[in-house]
Design a protein around this ligand. Structure first.
Ligand SMILES: [Zn+2]
Length: 451
């Protein structure tokens, strides 16, 4: 038996794990409360966690038997949280009626939140494992608990992570999305409607504090909205409406009152976590999310497939005899292949496995020709529609320097292929990764999908 007592010691983490856990408990527990601003309450939801609950025994045994390092999470657990919270974004965008002119901004917004949510989800999975690990030793006696006792203590933690806290996080995603997407529309319409009004839901749950913010009117580009644009708390139901100049004046707009309004709001929204704008920023603040402290190096380094997600290495995966054969195109057939994939306008439009719509345009086409990847091209749609893994993270590239990409990886007989999408959702390039010493470089950052 390995010495589990050391696990409780501070040397394995830059921060004391008990401090990290305390902080998580304090911050996340607050998400069960009513919103300080509008009195919005915690809504119970049903999540389909069967897939991950089936793995629970294996997860607990791995931790108890010390067969998984502190630097590693369970990829399935991280992806379960990512997929669940991402479905909150889809729920939130479904409620919006978006004109075509918003689509480019919306795609950029979705890219930003996607990265934020899967990062949050990975951090959440690390925090959960850290809490389990902390249950191995009985703090009263300093002795190791039996596995059954250990499991019993872990069950309570599991319930919080997979149900109560997840509900509040899901609601934060839905409300953050509704308000974030509204923001994009407000920006489009601000010539005619240059003002926003804060609307706290008025019902019997409305609190005194909410009255402080209800009805505040500020110009849309006022600094007020960079901090106090709703949601302003866990379970917040606050909204905004957009007004014309005439409407704003009629409803009591006072000019040059921003400082006063900021002070009023600051007294109500005490938690800095919520002082943001999900239209211009991200849903989960990365500096103040307690879960992030549980990440290896607190998330300051890129995670990797082998060390941090516990996945097999590429060489191992490529030994699998059932891998598909890549289609090797002929350089002279490139135009013909492009025409088969593209619309009449010569652009290839395709929806990827994660639901993002991409446009492969003339720039992409020219890049494939200039970089002589025509032979790899016939596999393009297969890779983005049926990838083996999708990662988001930085990649050192000869052409682009070190840049953030969403990376679609697919294993074919002999080598993996990759399609790279930039942070604005524009496809940049695709190729077979010929050099096996660089295979793992593509599997770094945040895991978004695994077949
Ligand atoms: Zn609220």
């Amino acid at each position: 038996m390995k010495n589990h007592f050391l696990k409780n010691c501070t040397i394995f983490f830059r921060r004391n794990p008990l401090d990290v856990i305390d902080n998580i408990q304090r911050v996340q527990q607050s998400n069960l409360q009513e919103c300080d601003v509008c009195g919005g309450v915690h809504i119970q939801l049903a999540f389909d966690s069967k897939k991950i609950d089936d793995l629970q025994e294996l997860i607990l045994k791995a931790i108890y038997n010390d067969s998984i390092s502190e630097e590693q999470t369970i990829a399935e657990l991280a992806l379960y949280y990512g997929d669940t919270l991402w479905s909150g974004v889809l729920e939130g965008t479904k409620k919006q009626n978006l004109a075509d002119s918003y689509q480019a901004n919306l795609q950029e917004w979705l890219n930003r939140q996607h990265n934020n949510i899967y990062k949050f989800a990975t951090a959440k999975s690390y925090a959960e494992l850290l809490e389990y690990r902390n249950q191995i030793i009985d703090p009263q006696t300093g002795a190791m608990r039996s596995f059954d006792d250990f499991r019993k203590y872990c069950d309570g933690i599991k319930a919080k992570y997979r149900q109560n806290w997840l509900e509040a996080e899901y609601n934060a995603v839905v409300n953050g999305t509704i308000q974030g997407v509204n923001w994009l529309q407000y920006q489009e319409n601000k010539d005619l409607f240059p003002y926003l009004k804060y609307v706290a839901i008025n019902d019997n749950r409305t609190r005194e504090a909410h009255r402080m913010l209800n009805g505040i009117i500020e110009p849309i580009d006022s600094t007020f909205w960079t901090q106090y644009y709703p949601p302003n708390g866990w379970n917040c139901r606050c909204l905004t409406t957009q007004l014309t100049k005439k409407q704003a004046e009629h409803q009591g707009y006072v000019s040059d009152n921003t400082d006063v309004n900021m002070k009023r709001a600051g007294a109500v929204v005490k938690d800095k976590y919520w002082r943001n704008n999900t239209g211009t920023g991200i849903i989960f603040d990365e500096n103040n999310t307690a879960y992030f402290q549980a990440l290896p190096s607190e998330g300051k380094k890129q995670l990797s497939a082998l060390k941090n997600y516990g996945l097999k290495n590429s060489a191992e995966i490529l030994k699998n005899s059932n891998l598909p054969k890549a289609t090797i195109g002929k350089k002279e057939d490139f135009e013909k292949h492009w025409d088969i994939f593209s619309n009449k306008d010569g652009i290839i439009r395709a929806k990827c496995k994660l639901g993002f719509e991409y446009e492969f345009n003339d720039n992409f086409k020219k890049h494939i020709q200039d970089s002589k990847h025509e032979v790899d091209f016939p596999n393009l749609l297969d890779i983005i529609k049926k990838p083996d893994e999708v990662w988001e993270g930085e990649l050192p590239s000869q052409t682009y320097g070190t840049k953030w990409f969403r990376k679609y990886l697919k294993y074919y007989e002999g080598k993996p292929y990759v399609v790279l999408i930039d942070n604005t959702g524009i496809p940049k390039t695709m190729y077979a990764i010929e050099n096996n010493s660089s295979w793992e470089k593509y599997r770094m950052g945040i895991l978004n999908y695994k077949k």
